[in-house]
Design a protein around this ligand. Structure first.
Ligand code: ADP
Length: 180
């Protein structure tokens, strides 16, 4: 099976997804915020906040481009992987490598924990301002690259909250399918 065939695009709310892990677009302090981060913390309940505070105390949070894993509180998934995407600063500040690293490190953590399915939001494309077309390309490229070596992972779902991202991801995947 080709790596690209392990990828699925959906529209909707990531807090409802019953994957082994969902990824949160977190911030370095892991303190919760707006956007998908706020939605995940609200749906998960206080247990997730508590775990994030422990990670913050013990490890000083999570650097941009990195990822950490916690339990999932009341969410229907088993684990939450908190990945910290870059703030868009024009594109010459290493944003693409940092964004790719979020996907790569999240998939590495999932594999190390023996997880098979993982759902991603469109990291950095909300409050952090990353251009959506470029972010979709980076996300899919990094994911396909990681899936070549992370063989335990059998499904990656990109959960798009907005129509624009949904269409961009679908087109990007279609374009790559035709190329290979
Ligand atoms: P960032 O700070 O990384 O930009 P945001 O949470 O502002 O994070 O946005 C990241 C993406 O998550 C955006 O494309 C936004 O539309 C999307 N998003 C917001 N709420 C949800 C949700 N409940 N499920 C999935 N995606 C969501």
């Amino acid at each position: 099976m080709r790596e690209i065939d392990l990828i699925e695009i959906r529209r909707g709310d990531i807090t409802k997804i019953e994957a082994d892990a969902i990824v949160n677009a977190a911030n370095e302090g892991l303190l919760g915020g707006g956007g998908v981060d706020g939605a995940i913390h609200r749906a998960a309940g206080p247990e997730l906040d508590k775990e994030c505070r422990t990670v913050r105390t013990e490890r000083g949070g999570c650097p941009t481009g990195g990822a950490v894993m916690t339990g999932a509180g009341r969410l229907p998934c088993r684990k939450v992987i908190h990945a910290v995407g870059p703030v868009w600063r024009g594109g010459a500040a290493g944003e693409a490598a940092l964004l790719a690293s979020c996907y790569d490190k999240s998939l590495a953590l999932a594999e190390a924990a023996g997880l098979e399915s993982i759902a991603f939001p469109n990291i950095s494309t909300g409050i952090y301002g990353y251009p959506k077309t470029e972010a979709a390309s980076v996300a899919i490229e990094a994911t396909i690259g990681a899936l070549r070596t992370r063989r335990s992972i059998g499904k990656v779902i990109f959960v798009c909250w907005d129509e624009e991202n949904f269409e961009l991801y679908r087109k990007e995947l279609e374009r790559r399918r035709q190329r290979t």
